[in-house]
Ligand binder design. Structure first.
Ligand code: NAP
Length: 341
């Protein structure tokens, strides 16, 4: 498995990493679409055996259960597996109870408490990459970064990263870290796929300009790009997108199926699967440090892992770029007519 640097940090990550959002029985947003614990264990073991060295979880995945399982399964392999987790969202949200003001967000109070709880669930002394799950406009950036910096100084966290940040907020965070001499975000975890290219407007150029690592989430758009969704047919039963009807309504548009036709064509030409081509397209982007695979079964994982051996040609990438190009809108379209932005 190819190893890439996480931005300019010293952390070296496998170009494919494992997402643990499907681990543990969930009673909230992943209800009904996670793996059994036995299958999740097999997925975890297979990923590590195949050279994956980074596992990404979050406190909210299956309300803490995903962290507990990762903590249990990584035991004895801790030297070769990097553990990444996240904080920001309230635990148990969606269960009917309303979170209090400090049960979420990026205040010092919440970050420190959430980190202590994650360390306990992960049964570890240190988290390799601690990520804030989404920006929080209600808290000053310097408070968030100082709290994260303290966790690094205390040895509880090795590197810090962010996820789901707008470009302006990301750059403000970098300025704040430089001005206040705190650790900066080394990586950004963002949604990126042939179906969702919004990050290419601001966040990816910011990562490029500031040498930040990029970790990609939902590379298959929740499975839509895996090859099992067909125009005119309902989503296969038991799949995430059969359960997530609103998401399916939002993405199941005619132009999304036109994209699937192009993806299918490239896959046939390269004697690969649609999932492999969709992941290989991301691996061909120079900004990407690692693509976080979501796999509910070992069969899905095996399919997706083969993307690491598939090198798309420049023509393949261009065809997919063109077929998936969104309306870039102003000012990107304006600038783009003169030079890449
Ligand atoms: N930072 C964030 O806000 C954020 C958000 C989301 C995810 N993440 C991270 O990113 C990871 C991956 O995200 P994701 O699960 O959304 O990734 P994804 O690859 O877009 O979707 C994964 C789902 O697609 C289906 N699938 C995957 N491979 C397949 C294959 N080869 N053939 C057929 N179906 C296949 C499976 O669902 P079915 O079997 O149900 O169809 C699987 O659970 C997560 O585990 C998490 O670590 C982070």
């Amino acid at each position: 498995m190819e190893i890439r640097s996480l931005g300019t940090s010293g952390l070296k990550v496998s170009c494919l990493s494992l997402g643990a959002m499907t681990f543990g029985e969930s009673s909230t947003f992943m209800k009904g679409v996670t793996s059994t614990d036995d299958e999740a264990r097999r997925v975890f073991d297979r990923a590590i055996e195949r050279g994956v060295n980074l596992v990404d979880t979050a406190n909210v995945y299956s309300e803490g259960r995903s962290e507990e399982l990762v903590g249990k399964w990584v035991e004895g392999k801790r030297q070769k597996v990097l553990v990444a987790t996240k904080c920001r969202f309230p635990m148990g949200f969606g269960l009917g109870s309303k979170p209090g003001p400090h049960d979420m967000g990026l205040s010092r109070k919440h970050i420190v408490e959430a980190c202590e709880a994650s360390l306990r669930r992960l049964a570890t002394d240190v988290i390799d990459l601690y990520q804030v799950h989404m920006q929080d406009a209600s808290v000053r950036i310097d408070e968030t970064l100082r709290a994260l910096d303290d966790l690094v100084t205390q040895g509880k966290v090795r590197y810090v990263g962010c996820s789901n940040y707008a470009g302006y907020r990301l750059v403000e965070s970098l300025w704040s870290a430089e001005k206040n001499r705190t650790h900066r975000y080394e990586s950004v975890q963002l949604q990126w796929s042939l179906l969702e290219r919004g990050a290419e407007r601001e966040v990816i150029p910011a990562c490029r300009a500031h040498d930040l690592g990029v970790l990609v989430w939902s590379p298959l758009a929740g499975g839509f790009l895996s090859g099992k969704y067909r125009r005119g047919q309902p989503p296969p039963e038991g799949t995430r997108l059969a359960e997530w009807k609103d998401t399916m309504k939002r993405i199941g548009l005619e132009r999304s199926y036109d994209l699937l036709d192009v993806l299918d064509g490239v896959a046939k030409r390269r004697e690969a699967t649609s999932a492999q081509v969709a992941v290989a397209w991301l691996l061909a982007k120079k900004e990407v440090s690692s693509v976080i695979l979501g796999a509910r079964t070992v069969a899905q994982l095996d399919d997706n892992l083969r993307a690491a051996d598939l090198k798309l040609s420049a023509d393949d990438v261009k065809e997919l770029d063109d077929a998936s190009a969104p309306d870039w809108a102003y000012p990107y379209a304006f600038i783009g007519r003169v030079q890449p932005w």
